[in-house]
Design a protein around this ligand. Structure first.
Ligand code: NI
Length: 187
């Protein structure tokens, strides 16, 4: 496994629409997935998409960490998930605004509206179908990572750019409890 270089906002690989994966069991895809996990863990990210490691393919990996979870029953901890060729269907009209960071926008965070509840499907690393109905942080991380496959970075989803800034500055200005929340969101 290898830690790969992460593309930052402005690099063209982040702006394109990624290609579907034909065979999840292809050894090159298996290597890509292993490298994405290693890169994500090294950078202490909650998720990463293939375009962020310079591969324009429809692959994302993520974890739902206990510390970011909401109280929702459909938001449960899950470690090291793979989604290949994912599809997302929003359920209901509820939108929640929450803090997000991105390994391709290092040092910064922003308040981003996302569908509170979604159904998603895709393939896992064995080629088996995954289908889940999720809410809260789980729904947020999947929406964030899948956006990368269509060239969308979270600042492009923000209606209020006054809530976008350097995590260091914003957590200094916040009270202690929300400063912790901002630091966690940056990962
Ligand atoms: Ni990201």
């Amino acid at each position: 496994m290898t830690i790969r270089k992460i593309a930052r906002m402005g690099h063209p690989v982040l702006a394109g629409v990624a290609e579907p994966v034909e065979n999840p069991r292809d050894p090159e895809i298996q290597r890509l997935i292993a490298d994405m996990f290693e890169t994500m863990d090294d950078a202490r990210g909650a998720g990463i998409s293939a375009p962020q490691v310079h591969e324009s393919l429809r692959v994302v990996v993520f974890s739902v960490g206990g510390e970011r979870m909401t109280d929702d029953d459909e938001d449960t901890p899950l470690s090291h998930q793979v989604l290949i060729n994912p599809e997302i269907e929003p359920l209901g009209n509820e939108v929640e605004v929450g803090w997000e960071g991105c390994l391709s926008v290092p040092g910064m965070i922003g308040a981003v509206p996302r569908h509170r509840r979604i159904r998603y499907s895709g393939l896992d690393e064995t080629g088996a179908t995954v289908e889940r109905t999720v809410s809260g942080f789980h729904a947020r991380v999947v929406q964030h990572e899948c956006d990368h496959l269509d060239g969308i970075l979270y600042p492009m989803r923000m209606p209020d750019m006054s809530r976008f800034g350097f995590v260091e500055e914003m957590s200094r200005a916040a009270d202690a409890e929300s400063a912790d929340e901002l630091q966690e969101a940056a990962e």
